[in-house]
Write a protein that binds this ligand. Structure first.
Ligand SMILES: Nc1ncnc2c1ncn2[C@@H]1O[C@H](COP(=O)(O)OP(=O)(O)OP(=O)(O)O)[C@@H](O)[C@H]1O
Ligand SMILES: [Mg+2]
Length: 336
């Protein structure tokens, strides 16, 4: 759809794992199942939240063009990303940048930080003058409250995980992308630096007008920076809305569980704490073969949830939820 910055339209991703010759005995993992959402072409931070294994990083990889959907379309500025990579890869790489969970892997261990940033400036912005590049780097670091005199000249392993993550924001300030895909960007940063990082992110949004897909387990930081929130459960989008409203008044029982595990006082929240402490390794076993993906853990599961998979329905202004508790179909099925 034109007019959107990023859009996923009926996207499913199925991974094949294991299996011998001819992939006999291979298993299929459905990482995403019919996911659709859009980021409009305005400056916005959208949080993508969900438990471990819910499919968040898979969406990040799709949006960066590192992975193709098995089914469905993923578009940037109205054009399929696979098409961008064929036709105008350089512009796509410049406009869509990333901050990873552990960005260590993207740094070349033999290059000092300065060289890493110079190369990015040369490749993406065609700045070949080293002096000019250095002054831009120093300026960007200072603008984000970092000390260039301490950081430049170091190798990646001589930086902390948090410093490596914040350097990705320096890169963003230099390259001025249109969209930042931030996958657990504050996972390696302690509380005080986390606040600075999030402030930096908001500054980038306000100054550069960038948009960001902010991926996190952590609803507190999501609430702090994000305008909207999307909630993923076992590869399905189950709730979407303004982040403040989703967190203050979660509708989907899964979102309630996530909010409950934040330990925020929410007088209307149901008592789902008994299921909030589940072992993460067991989460994939708790995904039903059919029906609603959350029904095994849902305190409200009904007969219809076993038979049918709820789709996202509008339940208010800018608010969508995939749950039969909020669907007319439930009422008509129960009556009829
Ligand atoms: N390359 C792959 N091959 C097989 N399965 C994969 C692959 N990548 C991801 N998966 C599976 O897809 C599902 C979604 O994974 P994903 O990394 O998107 O989750 P996530 O929400 O980012 O989790 P986390 O919060 O732990 O980072 C998981 O069940 C995962 O095991
Ligand atoms: Mg992940």
């Amino acid at each position: 759809m034109t007019g959107d910055l990023l859009s996923l339209d009926g996207v499913s991703v199925v991974f094949k794992i294991g299996g011998g010759l001819g992939l006999i005995g291979a298993k299929h993992v459905v990482a995403l199942n019919d996911v659709s959402f859009t980021l409009p072409d305005k400056s916005e931070i959208v949080a993508l939240v969900g438990e471990s294994g819910s499919g968040k990083s898979t969406i990040a990889r799709l949006a960066l063009g590192l992975l193709r959907p098995t089914v469905g379309k993923i578009m940037y500025k109205g054009r399929e990303i696979s098409d961008w990579l064929k036709v105008d890869k350089e512009r796509f790489r410049r406009e869509v940048q990333s901050v990873f969970q552990d960005p260590y892997g993207i740094y070349n261990p033999y290059y000092k930080v300065d060289r890493f940033l110079y190369i990015a400036l040369r490749k993406l912005l065609h700045i070949n003058d080293a002096e000019h590049a250095r002054s831009l780097i120093v300026e960007a670091m200072r603008a984000l409250g970092m000390r260039p005199e301490e950081l430049l000249g170091r190798y990646p392993h001589q930086l902390s995980g948090g410093e490596r993550q914040r350097l990705m924001l320096v890169l963003a300030l230099l390259i001025k992308p249109r969209l930042l895909i931030a996958d657990e960007p504050v996972s390696m940063i302690d509380a005080s630096l986390r606040a600075i990082f999030l402030e930096n992110l908001l500054e980038l949004k306000n100054k550069l007008g960038l948009s960001c897909l902010y991926i996190t387990h952590d609803l507190i930081t999501a609430n702090y920076v994000a305008d909207r929130a999307l909630v993923l459960c076992h590869g399905r989008l189950v709730e979407a809305g303004k982040s403040e409203e989703v967190i203050r008044d979660p509708l989907h029982p899964y979102t309630k569980l996530l909010v409950d595990s934040m330990l925020l006082p929410d007088p209307r929240s149901v008592n789902v704490s008994s299921v909030a402490s589940l072992d993460v390794r067991r989460l994939s076993e708790l995904k039903p073969e059919r029906g609603c993906v959350f029904r095994y853990r849902c305190p409200y599961a009904m007969k219809i949830c076993e038979d049918k998979e709820p789709v996202l329905n509008d339940v208010g202004r800018d608010r969508r939820v995939a749950c039969f508790l909020y669907s007319d179909q439930t009422i008509s099925t129960q009556l009829g």
